[in-house]
Design a protein around this ligand. Structure first.
Ligand code: PLP
Length: 363
């Protein structure tokens, strides 16, 4: 009787359910994880500790500390990303919520390629918006006819995520240009979630924000520098939108953790090539380990592989996998379809090897 109606629009994340289950099984092979298995680099930890000792422990400005805002803007502009301003947010999660809060009126539609990161759907629903999905199976490419069919007079935003969670897809320049052409023609905003931008294994990521003015670029420190628990990210784009987000942040999150902002400054200069090279090897290991037994697209980025489940029922397959102590996520958590499963290779080489063994037995 105390709970507001909006709570009925959401349900607990299916990913969390698997995490909880994983905790109860002895010696599982956990390939369900959505965060890097490396720790925050030592130099960044030292910077955080130093800032605590220096007394940098109070509220910071709602938009973020000026030196970090300036540095992120410069960092994005050297990549050619068009952005007038930037806000520092509590992760991309917080950034997305603020962005939806300041752009969506009830009934406004957000177009999202399916499969998709779960949070998009629920944040849009919470704010009274309508997620509209378009299909990218079986190769997870963006097709113009599918995108155009999803556009309506109520469309406000197209949301893309590359490198992609859960498929590992990195969109080509042609796909990004196609989205930019549709957005220009229909005068839409584009939200580009680039949180996995350093996790690319076969060439540069290709930033959507280089192509179209009315873009919000979402980036973060959680994945590239293993700082998931520090809750820090950023959103860059048109000044009018960023200004509204700063005001909204005053009344929601207040500001971002002071210490994490200090550690984020050297993070942007920190070379992550060797960390990413390790992940390329993990990608190759799992792809080569299962591709003769499963129908699967080779992921080009992030740290997920998204094969079709034997028999085409990902939910049933995950139950079989759990019985063999392997934790993976049913594709239905990320999609209107349930044919696939998400396997994370953000794990040790030995866990990936054990996982491959179980997956081969189950095929
Ligand atoms: N966007 C995508 C595609 C993700 O996979 C995740 C985390 O899994 C996030 C955003 C959330 O990131 P953050 O930790 O910055 O809130």
């Amino acid at each position: 009787m105390w709970i507001a109606d909006r709570v009925a629009r959401i349900r607990p994340s299916g990913v969390r359910r698997i995490f909880d289950l994983a905790r109860t099984v002895k010696d599982p092979v956990d390939l369900s994880i959505g965060e890097p298995d490396f720790d925050v680099p030592e130099a960044l930890k030292e910077e955080a500790i130093r800032s605590i000792h220096m007394g940098f422990n109070k509220y910071t400005p709602s938009g973020g500390i000026p030196e970090l805002r300036a540095k992120v803007l410069q960092y994005l502009r050297t990549k050619g990303i068009i952005c007038e301003d930037v806000i520092i947010t509590p992760g991309v999660t917080g950034g997305l919520l603020l962005a939806f809060m300041v752009t969506l009126n009830p009934g406004d539609e957000v177009i999202i390629p399916d499969p998709y990161f779960v949070l998009y759907e629920y944040q849009v629903l919470l704010l009274g918006g309508k997620p509209v999905f378009f299909d990218t199976y079986p190769d997870f490419k963006l097709r113009e006819e599918e995108l155009r069919a999803a556009v309506s007079p109520r469309t406000k935003v197209i949301l893309i995520n590359s490198p992609n969670n859960p498929t590992g897809t990195v969109y080509s320049r042609a796909e990004l240009e196609m989205v930019a052409a549709v957005a220009t023609e229909k005068n839409l905003l584009v939200f580009s979630d680039d949180i996995y931008d350093r996790f690319v294994f076969d060439g540069p990521p290709g930033y959507f924000g280089t192509l179209y003015n009315n873009t919000l670029t979402f980036g973060g420190f959680s994945k590239n520098w293993g700082m998931t628990g520090w809750r820090i990210g950023f959103v860059a784009g048109p000044k009018e939108i960023i200004d509204s987000m700063v005001t909204m942040q005053q009344y929601t999150f207040s500001a971002v953790n002071s210490v994490a902002q200090k550690a984020a400054l050297p993070a942007l200069d920190y070379n992550t090539d060797s960390l990413i090279e390790d992940y390329r090897k993990k990608r190759d290991l799992i792809y080569e380990g299962i591709s003769d037994k499963y129908r699967v697209v080779k992921p080009k980025g992030a740290y997920y592989i998204f094969p079709e489940a034997p028999g085409g029922d990902g939910d049933a397959f995950v139950e079989r996998a759990i019985k063999s102590k392997l934790f993976i996520i049913p594709g239905s958590v990320f999609s209107l379809k349930k044919s696939h499963v998400r396997i994370s290779f953000a794990a040790s080489l030995s866990a990936i090897q054990r996982g491959i063994g179980i997956l081969r037995d189950l095929a």
